[in-house]
Design a protein around this ligand. Sequence first.
Ligand code: ADP
Ligand code: MG
Ligand code: ZN
Length: 479
Amino acid sequence: MPYVPVIGLEIHAQLKTATKIFCGCKTDFGAAANTQTCPVCLGLPGALPVLNRHAVDLAIRAGLALECTVHETSIFARKNYFYPDSPKGYQISQYERPLATGGRLQLSSGAVIGITRIHMEEDAGKSLHHGFADSDRHTRIDLNRSGTPLIEIVSEPDVRSAADAADYFSRMRDILVAIGVNDGNMEEGSLRCDANVSLRPNADAPFGTRTEIKNVNSFKYLEQAIEFEMARQAEVLDAGGTIHQETRLFDNATGRTESMRTKEDAHDYRYFPEPDLRPLVVSAAWIETERQAMPELPEARTARFVAAFGLSEYDAKQLVYVIPGGADYLELAVNAGGSAKANTNWILGEVRRKLKDAGREDMSACAVTPGALAELTHLTERDVISSTVAKDVFEKMWATGRGAKAIVEAEGLAQVGDTDALGAAVAEVLAANPDAVTQYRAGKTNAFGFLVGQAMKSMKGKANPKVINELLKAALDRL
Ligand code: ADP
Ligand code: MG
Ligand code: ZN
């Protein structure tokens, strides 16, 4: 029996602050266990939280980028639950009055996904189950991550396929990284997605019971996890069974989701307003400051590349969304005086090929600076070198770090565009190939190509082919 899926996503994004949300401890990843802790983030009784102002800046910025209403007053609340890596026995989050509500995010397909809410909260610590001599008997706790500032972005149940869910997650990452809210580092857990999935018999039927897949940290895994979960639920429903609301975990290795626990309802958490923090009040001026500080969003940047640089939409998207650092690189090349189109062609062509050879995809691994690439494209545009020679020069630039002009001069690679020198070569070629000339005059057009080839050869490839063509035509006409 066919079903149609309903999907809603919850994304936890770590805010890019130097210190934690309620204390001054560092948020650096990878420090020795429990070295970035204090009484507040260890959850010692009596230690009082103080809100990190910059975390609020970033959360506001995320709200604006996702077209939410950012509320003047929001309230922190305690979400009570027991977990070994959360020593306080509760997490400070926002519940009834979150910072922002009612936004939207557009997918690549143009479909719009509603954003229900964005709230601020603190992360928990980490339980370490592996890698110790006594791992079979003990679990250890690292509280460095405890108190790391997060926003949780909850979507409406508007997503309709696993592929769209992955696209949503990826668009979200692009936006959050572009506005400096998140570092995009998914392997380090800076961005994690929970997927709520349910099935219904058709698009008009009421929503079915959902399961929630926790903490997926790659686009590919998200798509796989949802595909698996849809198939699993369909099988249960086909057999006449019912879906239980539960929390499931995705196993990257098997590609399956496994039941983790039955899902709590909100009332199980016994939320209540956090007595140690005042309501968060965000003035209109504060919101305005963040609006002004907001860099250009990826969508707007793509549109500008098309309108101002004359790039195709496809190429613009490759630079903005696909190649990390691609758009910044192009802007630097253009600022250095290069043509946007020519430099884009190089980035999407030769540069990308070289990166791939090096097993990389981000422009930070490009050995040729934007200014140097701009110089190279200048030489081809002014016909100083042919495109074939340019590829050769590019290889040398990549390998040696030398500039395009320097290489062309040192190796005498400049095209000869001088009509006197080329005219002499053309005359010689015509004299040496009377048969081809006769054929050409009898209407055999490929004889012309042969003569061009001979002339280029006599100039050792350094002739400007355009000039050779013109001179040859003129000479043949005169004969
Ligand atoms: P919880 O705290 O229980 O996860 P939230 O309100 O934070 O609840 O998140 C619920 C998420 O589940 C939202 O993204 C919402 O869009 C999604 N959702 C709600 N109902 C369904 C459903 N029937 N099928 C799929 N997703 C759903
Ligand atoms: Mg949830
Ligand atoms: Zn601390």
